[in-house]
Design a protein. Sequence first.
Length: 447
Amino acid sequence: MASAYEQLVANLNFGVFSKAIELKKRIWFTLITLIVYRFGTWIPIPGVDPHVLVNFFSNSKNGILGMFDMLAGGALSRMTIFALNIMPYISSSIIMQLMTTAVPSLELLKKEGAQGRKKINQYTRYFTVLIAMIQAYGIAVGLEMMTAGNNGALAVFDPGGFFRFTTVITLVGGTMFLMWLGEQITARGIGNGTSLIIFVGIVANLPNAIISTLELGRTGALSAILIAFLIIMIIGVIVLIVYVERAHRRIIIQYPNRQIGNKIYAGDASHLPLKINTSGVIPPIFASSILLMPVTVSGFLTKNDQEWLGTIATLLSHGQPLYLILYLGLIIFFAFFYTSIVFNPVETSDNLKKNGGFIPGIRPGANTADHLDYVLTRLTIVGATYLSSVSILPEILISRFSVPFYFGGTSLLIVVTVTIDTVSQIQSHLLAHQYESLIKKSKLRKK
């Protein structure tokens, strides 16, 4: 424990931090851009009645709209210019990753280095526009169908072609602005811009979620014991996420001896780190999106429309046995599926062979690829189990005791992983600053 405490103190060296001018500029830039994003989540699109929206989203908070509203920081329920948030860009990025493994031309483009990645990023932006346009048009049509319960008041003041056109332009423009903002944060700020935008959206509504939970306790809807259990569970989940996300399986890589002139230099030894949870937060998000779709669609329909869809929505509501079983199955499926896309054992084996590296006791080539696949499969089993356990318990609490989405496994997973990544980048900048200071001092001494 003493060494961990000393490491924490070293990482929080405020004396070094105060001298790191470049790091402070990056942090200020990140904060300002995120404030701009939060202002945009309060600017409504024209022609929509906010009172009808409040009534509708209060009844749809347990569907896919409730989850997307959580990721958008409340921008969807307020129907603002950032209602789509950065989700079309994330969907486009994931689809492009899938296509780079399925389409030979894109796979070759990926191997071309920086120029190929630049081209793929350009295709990703084009695809983002297409996805955002489809989603924005669907929202515009859905808003025109939306009514305020019993009184039948329409959510749109003047429905028609002009409203759909302005809504599509506004929402697509908001998404593209957020995509650009995220890229600016990544390049000129600190942390991953896209992840930070989602992170801020979740954290911004955490106070309201805490207040609503305490209010449930005050009214007696939640007992004090349950609230205490919820706090302990959240702390335990956070500790588990930090432990697993920081854990790696290190595979030793050995490089052969090198001869330079008449001297023979011993080969270097390094390691290939494999994360336990290679797929990240993608499996729970995809699984939730698929399962909550019938609940959302049935919310737009009247009682006379498609009763069978309403029955399916009931069976797939939060906490139902069928929902939990399918949720677990989809998380495990996407964990293996997305891991196979992110990490290619054959490609990694070929790269090691080209650079003269090998795993001790394993022959280069096909045997190395099989060994990496074997290790990765076992790690993915552990990672899928971890994702399932982190996601299922909060889902039960959400369904049984009306705990807000913000205490769910997906939201906690996003918040903790983004925090870990951002802190790691800050530590890297501080370390680089210390090295620069040492180099400058050594040059001054030589002079």
